[in-house]
Design a protein around this ligand. Structure first.
Ligand SMILES: [Zn+2]
Ligand SMILES: [Zn+2]
Length: 464
């Protein structure tokens, strides 16, 4: 066995290290022993340990991975050194203040994001942002299906609303031509002949057109009749229909549009491009998919979160001319039991809302800046404002960069922004535990498998 090999087995052998301050260093560091590198500040201890030995170990590890795995890792330059031999797999523990968000997520790996876009575009479901109802597109057959879920003998009315896209008198004529002569008063379910009522009454939007009413039976004949009247109502009513179960006192609205029928809020239908923030179709219109907007930077307004309100946590209120806002805040704080002598970081979300939005005589931090904005013709207001301006998280999309319609799409209770914020191992768990029905499996099984092995790989190579 030659000497070179012997050294390789027992030592990490560094020759000709010249990075930064290192002056052509040659050193043998024994394996299986604790070695301490000491020296005066700036002598190159970290350069030797982290930037040369660890970096070279890391570089070789990365080189040994498949080209697929390598694309997720930064390319590492070869350190300036003639040779390093006998190097085992390296880990480095650095003394470092805790980073704000030390977790690694898939947020930045575009390939995973592309698969998520496919997954959510195919089988994601939209839930209304205001009422939480499932958003879907209805057809006559889906309405019939819902009606048949009622009990036998329930009294059911098939109605539809005025479109209000033309003059009411014109619309009334149209309905009569189609054979509809009865109106239903929305709040009382009272049936009135269309000719008995004044047009001005109808304009108040208190009436529906009654298309049919029946006692529900589930024999073939009744089902045919129900289907016929629902199809007709759907057509004449421009794809909007309201089924009223009089027995149960239950109303159900349906629409051929992709919208929440409770709130009349339209949504974009899920498709892969809806989740792309670099495409106007998916991007949050408020920040254009940037995730941040120019505004008042909260970290500049409250630079020290350990300070209490009374001790001046809110920076702009610390001048003599603005101290009145601080006094007003302290007054409303007492009323709303907001602690003014505790660090401001201890305030609850609700309490912070009052601090920002104001209450009673206190205009709030936002009100204060609005005042400056409204009076920005005054030079000193503009200067004051500019001290607190910066890029802040977009309030419309909460920094997720995608529009509301995209953020309201969920699979198994999670939307894309929540998913990409998860640490990789939890993200993988979520994908592994997805519960899909047979239709969803058919639509997206392959995508789930692709995501599964890619995420597994990322977790395996230790990016989690
Ligand atoms: Zn809704
Ligand atoms: Zn936005």
């Amino acid at each position: 066995m030659n000497k070179e090999n012997d050294i390789r087995k027992k030592y990490i052998s560094v020759k000709g290290a010249r990075l930064h301050n290192l002056k052509n260093i040659e050193v043998n560091i024994p394996h299986n022993k604790i070695t301490v590198i000491t020296g005066v500040s700036g002598s190159g201890k970290s350069t030797l340990a982290f930037d040369t030995i660890y970096a070279e170990g890391q570089r070789r590890f990365v080189e040994s991975l498949s080209s697929y795995a390598r694309q997720f890792l930064e390319r590492m330059a070869k350190p300036e050194v003639d040779s390093v031999t006998g190097i085992p797999p390296a880990i480095a523990i650095e003394q470092k203040p805790t980073a704000r968000n030390p977790r690694s997520t898939v947020g930045t790996t575009t390939e995973i994001y592309d698969y998520l876009r496919l997954l959510f575009g195919r089988i994601g479901k939209t839930y209304c942002k205001d009422c939480g109802q499932l958003v879907k597109r209805d057809s006559p057959s889906s309405v019939v299906e819902e009606v048949l879920k009622f009990n036998d003998d329930d009294i059911v009315y098939v109605t539809f609303p005025f479109s209000r896209q033309m003059e009411v008198t014109e619309e009334i004529e149209k309905f009569k031509e189609s054979g509809f002569f009865r109106l239903l008063k929305k709040d009382t379910n009272e049936i009135i002949s269309i000719d008995e009522i004044d047009v001005s009454e109808i304009e108040k939007n208190e009436y529906l057109i009654l298309a049919d009413r029946f006692k529900l039976q589930k024999d073939k004949e009744t089902i045919t009749r129900i289907t016929d009247s629902i199809e007709l109502a759907f057509r004449v009513g421009n794809g909007k229909i309201e089924i009223r179960n009089i027995t149960k006192n239950e109303n159900k609205k349906f629409s051929k549009e992709y919208e929440c029928t409770n709130c009349d809020i339209p949504y974009f239908e899920p498709e892969p491009r809806l989740f792309a923030f670099n495409n106007p179709y998916g991007a949050c219109p408020h920040c254009q998919g940037f995730g941040r907007t120019m505004g008042i930077d909260e970290d500049l307004v409250i630079p020290d979160k350990t300070r209490s309100i009374r001790k001046g946590a809110i920076h702009p209120f610390n001048t003599e001319s603005n101290a009145k806002h601080l006094r007003a805040l302290i007054k409303v704080a007492t009323k709303n039991s907001i602690p003014v002598d505790e660090p401001i970081s201890s305030l609850s979300k609700k309490q912070l809302e009052i601090v920002w939005d104001g209450a009673g005589d206190y205009i709030g931090i936002n009100g204060f800046f609005k005042y400056l904005e409204d009076n920005s013709y005054k030079m000193h207001y503009r200067i004051l404002m500019s001290r607190y301006r910066g890029y802040t998280k977009c309030r419309a999309c909460d920094g997720s960069r995608i529009r509301t319609s995209a953020r309201q799409v969920f699979i198994n209770g999670k939307n894309i922004p929540e998913l990409i914020e998860l640490p990789l191992n939890q993200h993988l768990e979520f994908i592994k535990n997805l519960k899909l029905n047979s239709y969803e499996t058919e639509m997206a099984g392959q995508i789930v498998r692709e995501l599964n092995w890619r995420l597994s790989l990322l977790v395996e190579i230790g990016l989690e």
